[in-house]
Design a protein around this ligand. Structure first.
Ligand code: FAD
Ligand code: NAD
Length: 356
């Protein structure tokens, strides 16, 4: 129930719609106003109740959910009137109201997030921490990415980035606590690149628009997996971060997780000491580095992805164990890797690559 605020002087009454994916439900508010800014929207989720207030001039438009009945597929939305007056209607239906449309047809929705911190991780890769506006609840599903948007010489540019945790060793926060305020990214700065130098120039406190999540990974792929093999090259490591931690904590069938991490040099290895600490703490997890341009001191594995490296690395814990292979890195790396995996008789269902 909403307050009918369609008066001759006041704004047209907003309306709302909602849609869902496997893990997310989105409520969309059509304000019918051009000049609504993010600071006009207030969202809180406390003590099981959800409250969204949109401020339009002198009016408030409220959505207030007090109960979500899980497992029955039923969601009750209770809206609190701002004034105790009787309503003639719920709202004026707008385009696509009350219809189920493909998710891809909704387009990307952005909200401005604030840069909270930026830390060096390697010589060219940094950990960025962005804070969601207080008005937003957004949880990026494991294995998915978002788009960041910047205006560069008058043109809006968007690029995809995969959220990570602030550390491999910090406590697993999702999906137990859905209301994370912060989103972390590991981003490599390319001095000759278009987007990342601009991103690097942002000051603490500046804002960056962040889109809704997208991606083709489904958590169900991890169901009953016994051996998880992660093939990552460079920043292709980013989707592995959450998958790795999720698997170690939430997949009871899991016997082994192996990360084969391809980099140019030792200095390029992201979170090396954390990876080693995790491997020490959890005997199911192993990491192996392969360098394509090592120094002469490097005693470990060398070269690019190859049949020899893969067949040595991909030994199952048992002959018939359920396997998932995740691969991510520069396009030629991923393409070559997938071909090699097929040659090694891994099926399409056993291989996941991350696409935009
Ligand atoms: P670009 O301008 O795209 O240039 C990249 C490199 O190519 C630079 O070294 C540049 O010098 C070189 N280059 C550009 N043009 C040419 C040319 N014509 N010839 C030769 N060389 C050229 N990146 C991350 O760091 N972290 C992530 O978590 C992450 N997640 C991603 C998720 C997805 C789904 C995808 C598809 C990509 C992801 N990326 C991630 C990569 C990211 O989206 C950008 O591609 C990356 O940040 C480079 O952007 P840029 O505009 O700075 O560089
Ligand atoms: P990089 O240039 O540092 O290379 C890392 C390793 O990749 C190299 O050591 C080498 O082993 C391998 N490699 C590079 N070029 C290769 C080639 N032509 N053939 C075979 N192997 C090759 O990598 P980077 O600069 O960190 O780039 C990471 C890439 O991963 C970017 O292209 C980025 O777009 C992509 N990425 C994709 C996603 C996704 O979800 N799709 C997520 C993160 C990053």
């Amino acid at each position: 129930q909403m307050t009918d605020i369609s008066t001759k002087e006041g704004p047209i009454s907003p309306s709302y719609d909602w849609f869902q994916t496997d893990s997310l439900v989105t409520i969309v508010i059509y304000t019918k106003q051009k000049d609504i800014h993010l600071d006009s929207i207030i969202i809180d989720h406390q003590n099981d109740s959800f409250r969204a207030e949109t401020i339009i001039k002198d009016y408030s438009y409220l959505i207030h959910i007090v109960r979500v009945v899980e497992n029955v597929g039923k969601i009750e939305i209770v809206l609190k009137k701002t004034e105790n007056i009787s309503w003639k209607c719920l709202g004026r239906p707008l385009e696509k109201h009350n219809s189920l449309i493909p998710k891809k047809d909704t387009g990307l929705y952005y909200r401005k997030c604030q840069l909270i911190s930026k830390e060096d991780v390697t010589h060219d890769t940094k950990l960025f921490c962005l804070m969601l506006p207080p008005s937003t609840h957004l949880q990026v599903p494991i294995g998915q990415h978002v788009y960041l948007k910047l205006t560069i010489t008058g043109t809006e540019i968007v690029k995809p980035y995969t959220p990570v945790f602030d550390s491999l060793l910090s406590e697993f926060k999702e999906p137990v606590l859905p209301n994370n305020k912060y989103i972390y990214f590991l981003i490599k700065i390319y001095t000759a690149g278009l987007f990342t130098p601009e991103l690097d120039h942002l000051q603490i406190g500046d804002f960056v628009p962040v889109s809704n999540p997208e991606g083709n990974f489904k958590l169900s792929k991890l169901q009953e997996v016994e051996d998880l093999f992660l093939l990552a090259a460079g920043t292709g490591f980013t989707p592995m971060v959450k998958i790795l931690k999720y698997a170690l904590i939430n997949v009871p069938s899991l016997r082994k997780v192996k990360l084969m991490f391809f980099n140019k040099t030792e200095d390029d290895i992201i979170w090396r000491s954390q990876l080693e600490k995790l491997a020490f703490e959890d005997k199911r997890f192993d990491v192996e580095y392969v360098l394509s341009a090592p120094t002469s001191e490097w005693k470990g594995k060398q070269g690019h992805i190859s049949p020899a490296l893969l067949s040595e690395f991909l030994n199952r814990s048992s002959e018939k164990s359920k396997v998932l292979l995740c691969i991510c890195g520069p396009t030629p790396f991923t393409e070559q890797g997938i071909k090699l995996l097929h040659d090694l008789n891994f099926s399409k269902d056993e291989i996941h690559n991350f696409t935009a």
